[in-house]
Write a protein of this length. Structure first.
Length: 145
């Protein structure tokens, strides 16, 4: 299946399986060494922002990816996507498929993690339709300390 990940409602800490804990502000070097077996892609924008994307995960029991954003080497935000049954294989998703994914993610956030998208003491969390990209957008951004 895959390794589940979750978000702590009180702290925003992301837990991957039983062993990996991702905290706001954590150093990229520390996180990268812990997720090496899950790493699918990296992207360095050359402006202080770098992304590490993981595969082989699950969110709410469904296959998922998780992308971590680092600014100047510190963990600052995350985004993810979930693969639901019946998604389009011949190109992009339909609006109905996107709405289903957003609904699924919001339901998991509320029922399993006790989180509603919006402002949190530790940052901001969202799950919504992104009209510009025509996709489901899910993520969190930590407050700067």
């Amino acid at each position: 299946m895959g390794i589940p990940y979750s978000i702590d409602s009180g702290t925003g800490i992301i837990r991957i399986g039983d062993d990996i804990v991702l905290e706001p502000g954590q150093a990229k070097a520390l996180i990268a060494s812990r997720i090496v077996d899950l790493l699918a892609a990296t992207r360095d924008h050359g402006n202080g922002y770098e992304w590490l994307t993981m595969k082989g995960l699950t969110f709410g029991g469904k296959p998922a990816t998780l992308a971590l954003c680092f600014h100047d080497g510190c963990f600052e935000q995350a985004s993810w996507s979930v693969e639901l049954p019946g998604e389009a294989e011949d190109g992009g998703p339909t609006r109905a498929m996107i709405d289903d994914e957003v609904s699924f993610v919001r339901n998991v956030l509320v029922s399993e993690m006790g989180i509603r998208p919006g402002d949190m003491p530790w940052g901001k969390l969202w799950s919504q339709f992104d009209a510009r990209g025509f996709l489901a957008s899910h993520g969190l951004r930590y407050r700067r300390s």
